[in-house]
Design a protein around this ligand. Structure first.
Ligand SMILES: N=c1c2ncn([C@@H]3O[C@H](COP(=O)(O)OP(=O)(O)OP(=O)(O)O)[C@@H](O)[C@H]3O)c2ncn1[C@@H]1O[C@H](COP(=O)(O)O)[C@@H](O)[C@H]1O
Length: 111
């Protein structure tokens, strides 16, 4: 078992929470509240990550990024997606420099 398996296990838990009692589950409650509430949490956790970074506290950055990733997993589940979909996208991009990718987009527009 690798450490990255936690993303898979957590997404399975989140998926199962679609049927769970909202009184006993934070995830079930947030999924029930819907997209706007999930997006609000992501905005909050993003802002908290920015503030932790500006404070220069590395362990605080880790905790806030965990909150942010966790809420992004809930957003993916809301859309019927899994972390594997994002990991696949990152794999597709592997080895392609952002500078090269951006240049190819510019050429597409002007060419
Ligand atoms: N990883 C997490 C996790 N990270 C953060 N959180 C919760 O996310 C919330 C983050 O919100 P905030 O930090 O803004 O705290 P808050 O002020 O209480 O937030 P509000 O909801 O009141 O706005 C807190 O309630 C945290 O406890 C998490 N809750 C659950 N998980 C995982 O999800 C699984 C399922 O959780 P339940 O659905 O609650 O059983 C758990 O077993 C864990 O593995």
């Amino acid at each position: 078992m690798t450490q990255s398996d936690i993303l898979h296990r957590l997404s399975e838990t989140i998926e199962a929470r679609k049927q769970a009692d909202t009184d006993n589950s934070y995830v079930a409650k947030l999924l029930k509240e819907g997209q706007d509430k999930i997006l609000k949490k992501i905005a909050e956790e993003s802002a908290e990550t920015l503030m932790a970074s500006k404070d220069g506290d590395a362990q605080h950055v880790v905790r806030e990024t965990a909150d942010l990733w966790f809420h992004c997993l809930i957003l993916l589940a809301h859309h019927g997606l899994k972390p594997e979909d994002v990991l696949q996208e990152l794999e597709k991009r592997e080895g392609v420099s952002g500078i090269v990718e951006k240049a190819s987009r510019t050429t597409e527009k002007t060419g």
